[in-house]
Design a protein around this ligand. Sequence first.
Ligand code: PHE
Length: 339
Amino acid sequence: MKQQLQEIQKQALASLSEIRDVRELEALKVEYLGKKGKLTQILKGMGALSAEERPVIGQMANDVRIALEEGIADVRARLEREILNNKLKTEVIDVTIPGRTKPLGKKHPLTSVLDEIKDIFIGMGYEIAEGPEVELDYNNFEALNIPKNHPARDTQDTFYISENVVLRTHTSPVQIRHMQSHNPPIRIICPGRVYRSDTVDATHSPVFHQVEGLVVDKGVTMGDLVGTLQAFAKGIFGENTRIRLRPHHFPFTEPSAEVDVSCWGCGGSGCRICKGEGWVEILGAGMVHPNVLRECGIDPDVYSGFAFGLGIERITMGKYGIDDMRLLFENDMRFLKQF
Ligand code: PHE
């Protein structure tokens, strides 16, 4: 039995030196130390030994078991080290490789300019009001002092949805909605999309954007309007910008004016942008017509107001020197990337 034990130890240690992976190691463990393993088998035969032999052989069997267990533990440690080293080698991360960059989106120039316009007016205490693009004829025309058959309707190239429903031709109907649902003092701007059946060219589009402004309170004057527009023009086009008002006609304001700014290209001396004029028209404005106030339940003997409406496209084209409005709608990345 002694010999057998020595033989088992020799064999096991020899096989251990040839183990290549954990699976083989486990198999070897079972082969010697498992329930039916070679060493266990021997121990089972110990019952047949004499009382003197038993402790001697028992001691020896124990030593063999310890030797095998230690051998197995050593090999396991070696294998684990190998696995780890392998992992470190194959899963190495090169932190110096440049990452995949995601292209960063940017604001559309119309959005940037609208944001600037909003900032300027919010800074002066205005609130933002919005209304629907599909609008009642009443809000778009009638309440704005443009009755059916009024010649001013012709100038607006209206898209009709039905007899009484239109695609709004300007943002002025938002004035009406606001005045009918709010009491003065009122100080709002209304940005939004508007529609006119214009043919597309370098300066026209059937869809474009306006910002309406409306102030109604006691004692509001034309002077307030001029001061407001002056502040706006300086804010958008720079501190040296001047404005001028030319008499005009809108049915919903009286008096009415078209408002020019000194040319951003030449400062007023005349260039290609202003066609030698020194001035560029950017908006329409005036004192809210008493009929409009009255229609909205506001007493024109107590309150007065001014309103203005500007096209965001025209101001954007001016600010950035864009000479064709179509560029603002085509979403050509080569164009948009420049802002
Ligand atoms: N609604 C006018 C237009 O689109 C602009 C405007 C607004 C003029 C407010 C005066 C007052 O043509």
